[in-house]
Design a protein around this ligand. Structure first.
Ligand code: EPZ
Length: 419
């Protein structure tokens, strides 16, 4: 097991390079199942989640080559013959469920163990299954498994009760070779969905409106292989922007898309952080006096839930009262109790957290409760008095490439220890 040790108080400087988006690459790897040809993903992030979903595909005989030096992933799904991926692997990664749409589309049958919930919520899949049903698949759930059969998928109009990212992606992928037109209404609009649609279209699909609230898919006969370079990771970029703010530093973040960062830039600017975008880079100046703010997480283009923990860490040492409302997941405040061990003054009331900023957090041993919570605790440690030990770092490695090395490169006193 690893832990990350942070000695607080250093000012950060210099620049940090952002990796490609985890939440773009995972559905794109799943989508490669749709064509029996070779797909190549360039500049892929070498992350635990990427390795796990690749193993899930290997468990149904896909051939995947991951080159960690060139950050290239070569996927050949021509030999897929099994229709039931390894349950142990599927349970390790909820996003494994994203292979269901492509498998039903290409093979007309599939069985997969129900993805677990996780710390942040029950993570239901009803909207995914509603979409598969609407396209003509016979879906049954029982004994911890989901099974789907479909002689032929027929396009249909599907309204999502909630703009679910995963459901939008899974239904989009199931629809690309369905007969006729599929319209997904109240679709999720996250940039990663637009990126997936771009990849599908480069395979020969006909997806219109990916990344908007209405996605139209005109079914095609088959798809070919494609080469794709995913978008930058807007959540990793946001995490480093908060690192500058919490340490009262000025740094440059290289590898950003201003449009995708709009909600994060807006809220940090409202606090008094000075952000200047130059093309695909931006400078973040957190050296001024910061003000408390209120934040409500919403589906994109609202403020992202994946940045909620990081902002709670920042607001914990900003004088005044801030309120964070988490509307996406029902249990995404577990990091609050860890921050309170560092002296934070946070009161949780249902979906809201009231934060009274204190002068300075104090370092201690804290536990990563999920991917973003772990990253947030590292940020708290950067500014805290004394030393902070963040355990259960495997959560963080799921979504951040070498987070401690990138922070060391900015001048943080941080290292990883095996225990
Ligand atoms: C994606 O998860 C991301 N993961 C999450 O990032 C992100 O937090 C989330 O979208 C919201 O933006 C990936 O893209 C791999 P949802 P996903 O379906 O698709 C409800 C990270 O830290 N819902 O949009 O699972 C659900 O309960 C991770 O990188 C249903 O009710 O999220 C939740 O309240 C964490 N029925 C809400 O929608 C369904 O069938 C959002 O879930 C599906 C979802």
């Amino acid at each position: 097991m690893d832990k990350i040790i942070v000695k607080g108080g250093n000012t950060l400087n210099g620049e940090v390079k952002i990796s490609s988006a985890k939440n773009s690459v995972l559905p794109i790897i799943a989508a490669s199942i749709l064509s029996g040809n070779k797909c190549i993903i360039d500049n892929a992030p070498m992350l635990e989640d990427v390795f796990v979903i690749s193993d899930v595909l290997r468990s149904v005989s896909a051939d995947i080559d991951i080159d960690k030096t060139s950050n290239k992933i070569i996927i050949d799904t021509s030999d897929i013959c099994d229709y039931e991926p390894c349950s142990e692997l599927v349970k390790k990664l909820r996003a494994s469920f994203l292979i269901m749409g492509p498998m039903i589309s290409r093979f007309g049958k599939f069985i997969i163990s129900l993805p677990g919930g996780c710390n942040i919520g029950t993570r239901p899949i009803d909207l995914h299954l509603k979409g598969f049903n609407a396209l003509g698949a016979e879906v049954s759930v029982g004994y911890g498994y989901v099974e789907a059969k479909a002689k032929k998928l027929i396009g249909n109009k599907i309204y999502l009760d909630f703009p679910s990212v995963g459901a939008t992606e899974n239904i989009m992928m199931a629809a690309v070779m369905a007969e006729g037109e599929t319209i997904i209404e109240n679709a999720a609009e996250e940039p990663e969905i637009e990126d997936l649609a771009k990849f599908l279209n480069s395979m020969g699909a006909n997806v219109i409106g990916g990344g908007t609230d209405t996605v139209r898919v005109l079914g095609v006969k088959n798809l070919k292989g494609a080469v794709h370079k995913p978008i930058y990771d807007r959540i990793e970029a946001g995490t480093f922007m908060v690192a500058a703010a919490i340490t009262k530093s000025k740094i440059k973040v290289c590898g950003v898309n201003e449009e995708h960062l709009k909600p994060i830039i807006a809220k940090l600017t409202e606090m008094g952080v000075v952000i200047e975008v130059e093309g695909e880079s931006l400078t973040v100046d957190g050296t001024g006096i910061l003000k408390p703010i209120d934040i409500k997480t919403m589906p994109y283009p609202g403020f992202p839930t994946d940045m909620q923990a990081q902002m709670m860490g920042l607001l914990s040492s900003v004088k005044g009262t801030s309120v964070i409302t988490e509307t996406i997941f029902e249990n995404r405040f577990m990091h609050a109790s860890e921050m309170k061990r560092m002296g934070a003054n946070i009161k949780i009331d249902g979906r809201s957290a009231v934060i009274e900023g204190i002068d300075r957090l104090t370092g201690c041993e804290v536990k990563s409760t999920d991917l973003r919570a772990g990253a947030a605790l590292i940020l708290c440690g950067l500014a805290a008095a004394g030393t902070t030990e963040v355990t259960d770092v495997y959560h963080i490695d799921r979504g951040y490439v070498n987070i401690e090395k990138k922070l060391q490169g900015l001048g943080a006193n941080i290292y990883r220890e095996c225990y």
